[in-house]
Design a protein around this ligand. Structure first.
Ligand SMILES: [Fe+2]
Ligand SMILES: [Fe+2]
Length: 185
């Protein structure tokens, strides 16, 4: 099994690929009138949000929080050191939920202004990018130092789930997103 630090960093690398796709979709807003192919790809945005809910929200963040708890319980970090990052997990989860509602509303024909969706996507992407930077700067160096016993204890606190974007995952979920990433990134 990969070291916890390596696994979390690989998750971040996959997240960065997804964020790049999201960034490109956001950039399409405002171009719709100039070019027909420049319409934001709503089903792709929907799949990105589904992916965020399925893996980062439901497994990656809980695994990190189990690691933070271990670091705090063992005096390696203080609760204050991880407070901002944990707060960001809550904010990200709320923002992702709101975005899913918005995209679903558009799907069933409700009049959600595209500008509103664009600005929410922008905020979400900025918060997630900042969050990843905070984690890698403030807490991951401590996670890198954990021994096998500590990692076993941390992993026991959460239900294992494999990243659908990992090359080792043979389940074919999020195939549209994977195809898109493979084609363009
Ligand atoms: Fe996180
Ligand atoms: Fe993370």
């Amino acid at each position: 099994m990969a070291k916890l630090y390596d696994q979390l960093m690989e998750d971040h690398a996959n997240l960065a690929r997804v964020l790049k796709v999201l960034e490109e979709e956001i950039a399409r807003y405002g171009n719709e009138e100039r070019c027909e192919d420049c319409q934001p790809d709503l089903p792709l945005i929907e799949e990105i949000l589904e992916y965020m809910h399925y893996y980062p929200e439901s497994f990656h963040h809980p695994l990190e929080e189990a690691a933070f708890n271990y670091l705090i319980e063992n005096g390696i970090c203080t609760a204050q050191d991880t407070a901002t990052i944990t707060e960001q997990h809550h904010k990200l989860s709320e923002a992702e939920e709101q975005l899913r509602e918005m995209v679903n509303a558009i799907d069933i024909g409700s009049p959600v202004p595209l500008e509103r969706l664009r600005s929410h996507l922008r905020d979400y992407l900025d918060l997630l990018s900042e969050h990843i930077r905070n984690e890698e700067r403030d807490v991951f160096p401590h996670i890198r130092e954990l021994d096998e016993e500590a990692e076993r204890h941390i992993r026991q606190q959460v239900k294992t789930r494999m990243d659908p974007l990992s090359s080792e995952n043979s389940e074919k979920q999020f195939s549209e997103l994977l195809r898109y990433i493979d084609r363009t990134h």
